[in-house]
Design a protein around this ligand. Structure first.
Ligand code: SF4
Length: 360
């Protein structure tokens, strides 16, 4: 991990949100503030799949006008959902909630992916749909289908009820996938044919916990077949790795993210295990309990893959109002992944202003 301090990173000084203010004697409040180092993780926040999904809704609104329907939260973040609602998106849980008079308007499927029955249902209702499933979730679908095609029973490691798990299980006929959540599940699992199993995982799991489950499954079922490539995605892996490296010595680690965001919740656990004294999940700065936060000198800060950068900035500003805060960037890798939007939308111009509601 590289630690970049303000003095070594001109962009930190030139960036309003992260600038370390020098005390110039004009504001006595600054002198009274206790010092705080904010270890800001990089990479953090939006991944390429989330960015793409939000872009798809924004571009669909520009291209087809409001309303654009979205099945399920496009990504697990209320701020993002409300920002898109303000632009004219309408969120529904099921397709039958779309009024008959709006059936010519597009409906977008969320980044988590959907069971095969959903596009089939859309087609039977003559709905025009745009699939915002992350390409890396689609890759897991293909890995599961490949196991199935080769006659293997699929073991899916993931969290029951998560939309991605529902979507992956829904790629295959009922009864051809078994869900395993924990090592205890792996111990208790009794397959029909132990020599003919293939596994995949949810993309947003804890890298370390999942390795433990896979090891246990391999011990019990030596012929268990792995997918062709890791199912846990690059964004999950990178965000967990930098939090793991930044956590030791932190009095508090804040993860910006929603309670229903799997990858955000995993980051809270990773920070604690890696040595942060305390770790909390926060959706907005207004939720911060300053009495509970108390006297701290080092704060770790990261954001789940569905949490917008504007909220990270909001949290930093909230700390700068109470502390003489110095931001240092804890960086492991720089991500360059970029996923193209659906073909129908590629000719529509996407401007910085279109995405300012999440990117600032
Ligand atoms: S967390 Fe990973 S799988 Fe999920 S949307 Fe982002 S890149 Fe895709």
């Amino acid at each position: 991990m590289t630690l970049i301090h303000g003095a070594d990173a001109p962009w930190l000084d030139s960036c309003d949100e992260h600038r370390n203010e020098e005390f110039d004697g004009t504001d006595m409040n600054i002198a009274a503030k206790p010092p705080l180092t904010i270890r800001l993780c990089g990479p953090r926040g939006f991944c390429a799949g989330v960015d793409r999904a939000i872009q798809i809704v924004v571009l669909a609104l520009k291209s087809y006008g409001a309303p654009v329907y979205v099945r399920h939260e496009i990504v697990h973040n209320r701020y993002v959902v409300e920002g898109l609602e303000a632009k004219g998106a309408v969120f529904v849980e099921e397709l039958d909630e779309i009024p008959a008079e709006h059936r010519a308007q597009p409906v977008v499927f969320s980044a988590h992916g959907v069971p095969k029955s959903v596009p089939e249902d859309a087609a039977s209702r003559n709905l025009f749909y745009l699939d915002a499933t992350c390409p890396l979730v689609s890759k897991v679908h293909k890995q599961a289908m490949r196991h199935n095609r080769l006659g293997r029973h699929v073991v899916l490691i993931g969290h029951a009820g998560h939309p991605e798990v529902i979507g992956t299980m829904g790629q295959l006929p009922e009864g051809s996938v078994s869900l395993i959540e924990t090592i205890e599940d792996a111990d208790a699992y009794i397959p029909t044919d132990p020599d003919n199993l293939g596994y995949v995982t949810q993309t947003t799991l804890s890298v370390d916990d999942t390795a433990g489950v896979i090891t246990r499954l391999h011990e019990r079922f030596p012929n268990l077949t792995a997918p062709a490539a890791d199912s846990i995605c690059y964004a999950t892996t990178n965000r967990q790795e930098v939090v793991k490296q930044a956590a030791p010595g932190c009095d508090l680690f804040i993860i910006v993210g929603a309670p229903n965001s799997s990858n955000s919740k995993r980051l809270v656990e990773v920070a604690l295990r890696a040595g942060a004294k305390k770790s909390i999940l926060v959706q907005r700065a207004a939720e911060l309990d300053w009495n509970e936060i108390g006297a701290i000198s080092t704060l770790g800060l990261s954001a789940g893959a569905s949490a917008p950068e504007v909220i990270v900035n909001e949290i930093i500003e909230a700390f700068r109002a109470r502390f003489d805060a110095r931001v240092e960037l804890a960086e492991t890798v720089q991500e360059t992944e970029n996923f193209l939007v659906n073909r129908e939308l590629r000719s529509i111009e996407l401007t910085a202003a279109d995405m300012a509601f999440v990117n600032g």
